[in-house]
Design a binder for this molecule. Structure first.
Ligand SMILES: Nc1ncnc2c1ncn2[C@@H]1O[C@H](COP(=O)(O)OP(=O)(O)O)[C@@H](O)[C@H]1O
Ligand SMILES: [Mg+2]
Length: 343
């Protein structure tokens, strides 16, 4: 769907050259929600602006839906941009226009007749949940409502791709969630391909299928969100995973657990894409003659299921514990590690 090959952007700033995007190659499938995460200055905004040529590439090729964007004339590009919606961190609304007129703006540019425009605007307002606010001005709206206007405007011409540059970074956590839910809705309803730029791992966790990690203009790691969470390779990726999981357990923590809970067996459960983790614990406790004590752990929910680790103490006959462990290993996607007693 989107194919990016050898894409670079070099800025010249007072005779100094800054390579903001450095020979970047990436392929994105239709209907994906593809996250790009990186720290400030990594080149994320420049990258996303190269895709619709808000920024002209220095080198490289961008193809969207079989159309080579980098080869288009200015006039052709204007038309092609109707297929590429974009939303921004600070919304970029027109302050002197009402909600309805902001959403109508791209339709006016596309030359849609007035009656048709009004009908489309109403559909979009309903879609993003702003009914009743048609005549309000941006200054009268909350941050979340402003971004809803931004989304409606971006979708006005039925684009195939939506680019989101830090679209929730100016919003509080609750509003962020509601906007992310709206983006997921739109992705499912219309099969819209979404590229989502962020510096926040919980945004990736919640809605992305795939993620690329960007550092110094390059993609240093990419893949399915769960794979990247489970096996982060680069230091920068490990830091991002720690944002939501905390640092992983140190050997010290584990030996303390071992000495404190020395009776029974100490197990570490690794959840990788399991959707029923609470149910699993109670199911095991019911099914087998064992007593389970949950000690510590960190589990987070990704779009593809739960991910994280949980330490539990299991008390009972050795044989019964073994059967319970085997049940978990064979019947679920959870990996079980028996922590050996050091005595
Ligand atoms: N118009 C510009 N002129 C010169 N340098 C720029 C320009 N835009 C971005 N940069 C530089 O390119 C690098 C990447 O910036 P940016 O794409 O905004 O990163 P991010 O969005 O990841 O924070 C930074 O070093 C930034 O200073
Ligand atoms: Mg940016």
């Amino acid at each position: 769907m989107i194919s990016i090959e050898g894409l670079s952007k070099i800025f010249a700033l007072n005779k100094k050259k800054i390579t903001a995007v450095d020979d970047l190659t990436l392929h994105i499938e239709e209907g994906e929600i593809y996250g790009v995460i990186g720290y400030s200055g990594a080149g994320k905004s420049t990258f996303v602006r190269l895709l619709n040529r808000l920024e002209e590439p220095s080198f490289g090729k961008v193809t969207i839906d079989n159309q080579e964007i980098t080869g288009l004339s200015t006039k052709q590009l204007r038309l092609a941009r109707q297929d590429i919606g974009m939303i921004f961190q600070h919304f970029n609304l027109l302050w002197s226009r009402t909600v309805a007129d902001n959403i109508a703006f791209p339709l006016e540019i596309a030359g849609i007749p007035k009656a048709e425009r009004a009908e489309r605007v109403q559909q979009l307002i309903d879609l993003v949940g702003l009914s009743g606010r048609e005549k309000a001005y941006p200054s009268q709206l909350s941050g979340g409502q402003k971004q809803r206007v931004g989304i409606a405007r971006a979708l006005a011409n039925n684009p195939k791709v939506l680019l989101c540059d830090e679209a929730t970074s100016a919003l509080d956590p609750e509003t962020t969630n509601s906007i992310l839910n709206l983006l997921m809705d739109i992705n499912q309803k219309f099969g819209l391909t979404i590229i989502l730029i962020t510096h926040e791992m919980h945004v990736i966790r919640k809605i992305c299928n795939k993620v690329a990690v960007m550092e110094q203009g390059k993609i240093v790691e990419q893949g399915q969100v769960l794979d990247v969470f489970t096996h982060p390779k680069q230091q920068v990726t490990k830091k991002f995973v720690e944002q939501i999981m905390g640092a992983s357990e140190q050997d010290d923590d584990i030996s303390e657990l071992i000495s404190t809970y020395s009776d029974g067996k100490l197990l570490r459960l690794h959840f990788i894409g399991e959707t029923t983790n609470q149910a699993l614990i109670s199911q095991v406790a019911k099914k087998f003659n064992v007593e389970i004590n949950i000690l510590q752990g960190k589990i987070t929910q990704t779009k593809a299921g739960g991910y994280g680790t949980l330490f539990i103490q299991v008390k009972g006959e050795d044989e019964e514990i073994e059967t319970a462990v085997r049940f978990v290993q064979e019947e679920t996607s959870v990996e079980v590690e028996v922590i050996p007693n050091v005595d």
